[in-house]
Design a protein around this ligand. Structure first.
Ligand SMILES: Nc1nc2c(c(=O)[nH]1)N[C@H]1C(S)=C(S)[C@@H](COP(=O)(O)OP(=O)(O)OC[C@H]3O[C@@H](n4cnc5c(=O)[nH]c(N)nc54)[C@H](O)[C@@H]3O)O[C@H]1N2
Ligand SMILES: Nc1nc2c(c(=O)[nH]1)N[C@H]1C(S)=C(S)[C@@H](COP(=O)(O)OP(=O)(O)OC[C@H]3O[C@@H](n4cnc5c(=O)[nH]c(N)nc54)[C@H](O)[C@@H]3O)O[C@H]1N2
Ligand code: SF4
Ligand SMILES: [Mo]
Length: 901
């Protein structure tokens, strides 16, 4: 359907080649062209022929080649930490699962999978569990991500189908971002929105308790109280009706439940004054937003985790759908509700039925559907009822009723709420199998059997992005070590469990054809998901498959936009408006506690197993960072750049403090990314309990956890730079606070501790303190500086200070990359700066061109730069993906404020 140059072949060796594939990070699903040079070096660029990005990439996409390093890959199957062959590992998984099922029944086993699997992998895992093991205990990390939207879609639209397309962002007149930090989390979609705004003046409203980078380009920011979105949208529904903005024709012909929904909305939010009070907003702001919404026909309401990850996420989704139904703003260019999905294949997982409460291909557990899928699969004992949702699944593991679990492509020891409890449950579980591309993950550490999976660049299959576009991910390199495709691993285990006939697959294409056939099987149009046109696709066609949106029914064209005809997938074909009653926050807020909000950073991806390998991406926010309002910080004695200890009922964490008024008073924000592999104590999942869960979707509330915070005052601080990888697993000193990251040429660990400085001998396994080439001690000031050389190259250096005064890291880190040290560098080594002292880059603001805060400030000062364009001309910063533009503006504002003062 979308034209573009023909994709060029899969893995081969020798000559230079280019392969078109898809970015493995967010749900925008950008097309990527990977170029493999004759020597095997990889570079990437955006695919100008891909409909999602038309050549654009963000900082994470641009840095993909940097993450294609062998560091940390799981290369061989392992049982109890010992390398084994594939046969032995697969036999062991099959035997352990079969034995458990034979003794305790099919409900005693489970799979926990992920939106980072390809559709073909997902399809195989779902078929094995639901069709052949006979239990629906397969759930996915999409439970933590999109489950509330799934419920909202099904209730309102009758199917889990995003109505619109990315193009709608470009032809809308108003885009409302609700609980979505599009600038950081869907950057290319944000770029498309900003380009449209520049061209046609699209207005943008941000609804988020934080002032995110999205606000930079917005006309209005509604910094509402966390958890009050349902009030805001109920109020809007009532207001629209009261002020004559109902599309009476659409409602009469195509929507049910309007009066009930309006009655509930009026009870909750009868007028602007009530909404303003309940949401903590000014009346004028609310009134202006409502009027703007009413006056604009082309409105897209974009929502994400600020809405979904809530104990009333499903209802909030329906409150949003209700206003689009009341005004008939759905199914046409430039309007509609738009759930932006997180993971590259969150949507594909929903299509195959990867959630425990779905069966397969948009079918659920009615007797008719169970019979139909069972017949299609020729499944002897298909599951006939929903299985356990993620939180309940891990509780069942804890209780011992689930005795064997296979975790694929997700890191629940970090990402689940009450991650401490999840870890204890896994420690107790009889059989834990983990398939991952990375060897040492927090979850992998708890596994009995570890299976090496192919990673991006090696794996082959399809993914579905946020606007239902299905794209191919293609392999362009051989797998690392003995890693194999996830679908292959599942297929092999299924065969060994006795289901060889149903798992004959030798290629991803075979799985795709079967998936396509099931989507069309006895589908008379009642099921939205139908890609029957592709059930006969041959291998060459699969290889060449160009991106297309579903549905693509046999004999028809793919459909970019749904519901334009006013027909929905509810039984009666009408949209369903639902009465929604806003609820108070699910947890009480003790005296002195603040609300802890959690989410994402611009340049990291989830548990950092891949983005953490990139020095560029790790430089934007180098350490776990707590954002807090200056007033809340002052009241607690917290200083900017100091440390904070954050405590909740389930756990605690240590993080660096950043004071910022972007954070609303009474709230704090911690990124979700750090794990035990990257820092001493900042697994955010440990801080959040698993009690507050949406009763319908099972999605946990990860954004509103009461927490107390206090200063943590170390007696000394230090950093260690080393050419060799530094990880806690390698031994050495890792007490108190530490955070490690990749730097060009090596590794950097920041450290801090209480009490006496530990014995130096223990710090650096393999490095003898007596072997230090240079050493400087100042007993009075409690400072110590040491450096180790190998030949004339810097091997490692350690700086410790009791007064907090440590040199900048940039120049020293650069020495790791340099060849031999010249005399000047040697002389500067212990001072931590070059003799001529050029400015240290400092924290990196522009990841694409590696431009740091110090260079920026210097250029602004010396070059008298006053605009982002001038910065771009001088330093290139902000001229590639543009994600740092809001931050550049902030730096400019700050620099000029300083100048005036
Ligand atoms: N850089 C980067 N991008 C990513 C990812 C990543 O790890 N890194 N992950 C991907 C995935 S899987 C996902 S799911 C998406 C998530 O994408 P987003 O949902 O955009 O990201 P989050 O940071 O989780 O949260 C979004 C916003 O919700 C706000 N919020 C919190 N509470 C409330 C509330 O009560 N009401 C409202 N209105 N807003 C609230 C937060 O302040 C935050 O700014 O990102 C995807 N993209
Ligand atoms: N506090 C808090 N917690 C959250 C969230 C939040 O906002 N706040 N957000 C939630 C959301 S929306 C999400 S989506 C989750 C994400 O959380 P996770 O899914 O746990 O995070 P990832 O780091 O993406 O884990 C993916 C794992 O799969 C591996 N992997 C990558 N590709 C492959 C592959 O092809 N095959 C296999 N077998 N393995 C692979 C990676 O190395 C990594 O270990 O976190 C959730 N948890
Ligand atoms: S926007 Fe998302 S899909 Fe596109 S390059 Fe960035 S991370 Fe990858
Ligand atoms: Mo997600």
């Amino acid at each position: 359907m979308f034209d573009g140059p023909d994709p060029i072949g899969g893995p081969a060796s020798g000559a230079e080649r280019e392969v078109r594939t898809t970015c493995p990070y967010c749900g925008v699903g950008c097309g990527v062209v990977a170029r493999v040079a004759a020597d095997g070096a990889v570079s990437v660029r955006g695919d100008s022929g891909h409909p999602a990005n038309r050549g654009r990439l963000c900082s994470k996409g641009s840095a993909l080649a940097e993450t294609l390093v062998p560091d940390g890959r799981l290369l061989h199957p392992e049982i109890d930490g010992q390398r084994v062959g594939w046969d032995e590992a697969l036999d062991a998984v099959a035997r352990r699962f079969s034995d458990t099922i034979a003794t305790h029944g099919p409900e005693s086993v489970a799979f926990y999978v992920s939106g980072q699997l390809l559709t073909e992998d997902y399809y195989a895992a779902n078929k094995l569990m639901k069709g052949f093991i006979g239990s629906a205990n397969i759930d996915t990390n999409s439970r933590l991500c999109m489950a509330s939207s799934v419920v909202g879609h099904k209730r309102g639209l009758g199917a889990d189908a995003v109505p619109g397309a990315y193009e709608d962002f470009e032809c809308a007149d108003l885009v409302v971002l609700v609980g979505s930090n599009l600038a950081w989390c869907h950057p290319v979609l944000n770029q498309r929105l900003l380009a449209a705004r520049a061209e046609r003046g699209t207005r943008i409203v941000v609804v988020d308790p934080r002032r995110t980078d999205c606000v930079d380009a917005a006309d209005r920011h509604l910094a509402l109280q966390a958890g009050t979105d349902a009030v805001l949208f109920n109020g809007l529904l009532a207001w629209l009706d009261d002020h004559g903005h109902r599309d009476a024709g659409f409602v009469a012909a195509h929507a049910d439940g309007a009066e009930e929904a309006l009655a509930a909305a009026r009870a909750d939010a009868p007028d602007v004054a009530t909404v303003a009070r309940r949401c903590g907003l000014a009346e004028a702001e609310v009134a202006a937003f409502y009027a703007e919404f009413a006056a604009t026909g082309r409105v897209v309401t974009v929502y994400s985790q600020g809405v979904n990850q809530s104990s009333q996420g499903s209802d909030t989704v329906n409150a949003i759908l209700n206003v689009h139904f009341l005004t008939g703003r759905i199914g046409h260019p430039g309007c509609g509700p738009f759930s932006v999905t997180g993971q590259p294949n969150a949507m594909g997982g929903r299509e195959v039925g990867g959630l425990a409460n779905q069966l397969a291909a948009h079918m659920g557990f009615t007797a008719e559907e169970v019979e139909r899928v069972g017949r299609f699969w020729k499944a002897p004992c298909i599951a006939d009822r929903p299985g356990l949702k993620a939180v309940d699944l891990f509780r069942a593991i804890e209780a011992g009723t689930v005795k064997a679990v296979w975790i694929m492509a997700t890191n629940p020891a970090v990402s689940m709420p009450d991650a401490g409890r999840v870890r204890r449950a896994l420690e107790r579980c009889e059989t834990v199998v983990v398939s991952d591309c990375i060897g040492d993950t927090d979850t992998g550490r708890l596994a009995h059997i570890r299976l090496p999976a192919l990673g991006w660049s090696e794996k082959d299959g399809t993914v579905t992005n946020s606007d239902r576009t299905i794209s191919r991910q293609r392999a362009f390199r051989d797998g690392a070590g003995e890693a194999r495709a996830d679908w292959w691993i599942v297929t092999q285990v299924a065969r060994r469990m006795g289901f060889a006939d149903a798992f004959p697959y030798e290629s991803a294409a075979e799985l795709f054809r079967e998936h396509a056939a099931l989507s069309a099987f006895e589908n008379d149009g009642a099921r939205a998901f139908d890609i029957g046109a592709l059930q006969g696709l041959d291998d060459a066609g699969y290889e060449a498959l160009a991106p297309f949106p579903w549905p693509w029914r046999a004999g028809e064209e793919p459909k970019m936009r749904l519901f334009g005809d006013g027909r929905f997938f509810t039984g009666h074909g009408r949209a369903q408006m639902l009465p929604v009653t806003a609820k108070p926050l699910p947890r009480s807020l003790p005296d002195g506690a603040l609300l802890l909000n959690t989410g994402r950073l611009r340049d990291q991806w989830h548990t950092m197993t891949r983005t953490g390998l990139s020095p560029r991406l790790s430089a934007h926010v180098p350490e776990p960072r707590l954002d807090i309002h200056p007033a809340d910080a002052a009241a607690r004695g917290l200083a900017d750049g100091g440390f904070a200890r954050i405590v909740t009922g389930t756990g605690e964490a240590l993080a660096r403090v950043r004071l910022t008024d972007a954070q609303g008073a009474g709230t704090m924000f911690l990124p979700m990314h750090w794990t035990d592999r990257f820092t001493g104590a900042c697994v955010v999942g440990r801080l959040i309990d698993d009690e507050a869960v949406d009763p319908l979707s099972g999605q946990p509330d990860l954004k509103r956890m009461p927490a107390t915070v206090q200063p943590w005052r170390p007696d000394w601080t230090a950093f260690l730079l080393s050419r060799r990888a530094l990880e806690p697993g390698h031994g050495g000193y890792w007490g108190g606070y530490w955070a490690r990251r990749a730097v060009a040429g090596g590794h950097l660990v920041e450290m801090a501790g209480i009490g006496a400085i530990p014995e130096i001998g223990g710090w650096l396994p393999g490095l003898d303190p007596a072997g230090a080439a240079v050493e400087y001690r100042d007993g009075a000031r409690g400072s110590l500086r040491m450096a180790w050389l190998e030949g004339d190259r810097l091997e490692a250096c350690l700086f410790v200070a009791a007064d907090g005064r440590l040199p900048p890291r940039g120049w020293l880190a650069g020495l790791l990359e340099a060849g031999g040290l010249d005399d000047g560098a040697r002389a500067g080594l212990l001072a931590g700066r070059a003799p001529g002292a050029q400015a240290d880059e400092g924290r990196i603001v522009c990841a694409c061109f590696g431009v740091g805060i110090n260079r920026l400030m210097g250029a602004i000062r010396d070059g008298r730069l006053t605009s982002v364009a001038e910065i771009g001309a001088a330093l290139k910063a902000g001229t590639n993906c543009g994600s740092c533009v809001p931050e550049l503006k902030e730096v400019l504002r700050h620099a000029h404020r300083h100048e005036v003062a």
